[in-house]
Design a protein around this ligand. Structure first.
Ligand SMILES: [Zn+2]
Ligand SMILES: [Zn+2]
Length: 444
C-alpha cells in the first residue's frame, strides 16, 4: 500500500464520517438503562443455552477455511431465530439476514476460526482437537476468543429478535471465516457479500481481550495495526556438523538475521512511531550433527503508518541479503505478504456508540488512548464502504488481574495457550454492548 493510496482511503473515511453526522444528533432519545435491563432479562433466560453453545464451539475449534462444523452450528442457531441464512459465502462464511421493516441495514460480524495452538488452560472444556495446517497435523485452540464472539453474536441476535418492536430495518449477521489468516473478510466480499446481500449502512464487531470482564473499550479513528506476513528462506550448502568449513550454514544466517532485524526496529524506524517485527517460526534441519541446506523463517510486521511499514520492509530485505552476503551464501528468498490493514473506526458512529456505552456501563466504558498492536481484516468491510465501530470487551477476572499486577506477573493474552476468558461475564457484556449499539442506530 502506497502513501498516496492511503490518502485516498482517508478521504473516503472522512466522507463517511460527514454523512453520519446528521444521524449522530438523534442518539439521545434512547432510554439506555431500561433497554439494558431488557437485554439482561433476555440473557437470564438465554444464558444457559449460550453457555452450552460456547463450550461446544470451544471444544470443537476449526482453523481458517475449515470451519465447516462451526458454520453449520451457527447457521442452525440463526435459522431457529428466524434469520434467512446463506452458507458457503467466501468458502465457509455465513450470512444471516433478518428483515424488520424499512430502516437501516446493520452488519454484525463474528469470526469463525481458531488457531494452530495447543491449549494449556486445563479447563474442563479444553480443546484437544487437531486439524491440518500447512500440510502438518496440529492442535487447534480458540486461543483468540472467537468462540466468545460467536456466543455473543448468537445472544445478540436472540435479544434483538426478542426486542424487535423497538427497532426497524435489516440485520445482517455474518460469520466470517479465516480472520487469523487475514483473508476471510476479503473472501466474503469477493463472493458477493455486498452485491448478493444488502449493503450495510453501519457495521459492528467486537473483540475479547485480557482486560477485566464487564469492561467495554472503544476508540474513534485507528483501532488496530496493519499487519504483513514475512517469509524468508536462507539457502546454504548442507554437510557434516563436524566440518562446517565445507558447508555454508543457513542456521547461522537465520540466527544473525533474527538478531540484526531488531536493529531495523530500534535504529531505522522513527522511535516515536509504532512498529514491530517478530519471528514466530524457524524451520531448519532435523539432526543435531547435520548442517541443513536451508532455513525457513516466518514472522509478522506491524505498523500504523505506511511510511514506517515501507521503511521496515526495506530494512528486512537489506538485512536478509546482508547476512547471506556475510556467509557467502546465495541471495535469500524474501516474501512479504500484505495482510490486514488498519481498522479505522468511523468517528461519528463511534462517538454515538460511546455515548450509549457510557450510559450503559458508566466508568466500565473506557476510551482507548491509543490503537492496539493487533491486526484484523475487519478493515476490509470498512474499506468496502461500511462505516463501523469495532470495540473491545474484557475477558478476565478483575481480582485475578489485580493480584497478577501486584505480583508483577504477566497475564496470558490472546494467542497464548493459557488465554482463558471467563465465559459468562464476557459473553453477557458482549451481548449487552452489541445489542445496545445496534438498537441505537436502528431505533424507531
Ligand atoms: Zn487472533
Ligand atoms: Zn481474534
Amino acid at each position: 500500500m502506497s502513501v498516496r493510496h492511503n490518502r485516498v482511503r482517508r478521504w473516503a473515511f472522512l466522507g463517511a464520517a460527514v454523512a453520519a453526522v446528521s444521524l449522530a444528533g438523534s442518539a439521545s432519545a434512547l432510554d439506555v438503562p431500561a433497554l439494558k435491563a431488557a437485554v439482561d432479562k433476555d440473557l437470564d433466560g438465554e444464558y444457559g443455552h449460550l453457555d452450552g453453545l460456547y463450550k461446544d464451539i470451544h471444544n470443537h475449534p476449526e482453523l481458517g477455511f475449515q470451519e465447516a462444523r462451526t458454520a453449520a452450528v451457527l447457521a442452525k442457531e440463526m435459522r431457529a431465530l428466524g434469520f434467512e441464512v446463506t452458507e458457503g459465502v467466501g468458502k465457509t462464511g455465513i450470512v444471516a439476514v433478518y428483515k424488520n421493516g424499512a430502516g437501516p441495514t446493520v452488519l454484525v460480524r463474528t469470526e469463525l476460526d481458531a488457531l494452530p495452538v495447543q491449549e494449556k488452560t486445563g479447563l474442563a472444556y479444553a480443546s484437544t482437537a487437531k486439524q491440518s495446517y500447512r500440510g502438518h497435523e496440529t492442535f487447534v485452540d480458540h486461543a483468540c476468543g472467537h468462540d466468545i464472539h460467536m456466543a455473543a453474536w448468537v445472544g445478540t441476535a436472540h435479544a434483538l429478535v426478542a426486542m424487535k418492536s423497538r427497532w426497524h430495518g435489516t440485520l445482517m449477521f455474518i460469520g466470517q471465516p479465516a480472520e487469523e489468516m487475514v483473508s476471510g473478510a476479503k473472501g466474503m466480499i469477493d463472493d458477493g457479500l455486498f452485491t448478493r446481500f444488502p449493503k450495510p449502512d453501519y457495521g459492528f464487531a467486537l473483540h475479547v481481550g485480557p482486560g477485566p470482564y464487564g469492561f467495554v473499550s472503544y476508540k474513534a479513528g485507528v483501532f488496530s495495526s496493519t499487519s504483513d506476513e514475512l517469509d524468508v528462506t536462507f539457502h546454504g550448502r548442507g554437510g557434516h556438523g563436524s566440518m562446517p568449513n565445507l558447508t555454508v550454514d543457513p542456521v547461522m544466517e537465520a540466527a544473525r538475521f533474527i538478531v540484526d532485524l531488531q536493529g531495523v526496529v530500534s535504529r531505522e524506524k522513527d522511535p516515536s512511531q509504532f512498529g514491530v517485527i517478530s519471528i514466530g517460526s524457524i524451520q531448519a534441519g532435523n539432526a543435531g550433527n547435520v548442517i541443513p541446506d536451508t532455513a525457513e523463517l516466518r514472522g509478522t510486521i506491524r505498523s500504523y503508518d505506511p511510511a514506517v511499514r515501507e521503511r521496515m520492509i526495506d530494512g528486512i530485505k537489506r538485512t536478509a541479503n546482508g547476512v547471506a552476503m556475510i556467509s557467502g551464501a546465495p541471495a535469500p528468498d524474501v516474501a512479504i505478504v500484505e495482510g490486514g490493514k488498519a481498522v479505522v473506526n468511523d468517528d461519528a458512529l463511534t462517538e454515538r456508540t460511546a455515548k450509549v456505552f457510557k450510559a450503559a456501563f458508566g466508568d466500565h466504558a473506557v476510551a482507548e488512548p491509543k490503537p492496539g498492536a493487533a491486526s484484523e481484516d475487519y478493515s476490509e468491510f470498512i474499506i468496502a464502504g461500511v462505516p463501523s465501530t469495532y470495540f473491545g470487551i474484557g475477558g478476565l477476572d478483575p481480582k485475578m488481574l489485580a493480584e497478577a499486577k501486584a505480583a508483577g506477573k504477566p497475564v496470558p493474552a490472546n494467542h497464548s495457550p493459557f488465554f482463558a476468558p471467563v465465559p459468562e461475564p464476557s459473553i453477557r457484556t458482549g451481548v449487552e454492548a452489541m445489542t445496545l449499539a445496534v438498537i441505537d442506530v436502528m431505533q424507531k
